[in-house]
Ligand binder design. Structure first.
Ligand SMILES: [Zn+2]
Length: 67
């Protein structure tokens, strides 16, 4: 089911876990989203998080000030 061994760092570090009839987006950084009834929505939460917190253009700008 999984394409083994082709996970690039910084690509998709998010996943969804299912709790009962709910799906929750989770990220390898420790973030987790709210429980959703639809996995698609949980995946969207993950996508929003990944875009906001882990932008695909991983340019080490070394301007890491706040947060
Ligand atoms: Zn994250």
């Amino acid at each position: 089911m999984l394409d083994s061994g082709d996970i690039r760092p910084g690509q998709n570090r998010t996943t969804t876990v299912e709790r009962g009839s709910f799906s929750i987006a989770r990220c390898s950084c420790g973030w987790s989203g709210p429980a959703r009834r639809a996995r698609a929505i949980a995946r969207d939460d993950a996508a929003v998080h990944a875009t906001a917190r882990h932008p695909p253009s991983d340019t080490s700008d070394s301007s890491d000030s706040s947060d």
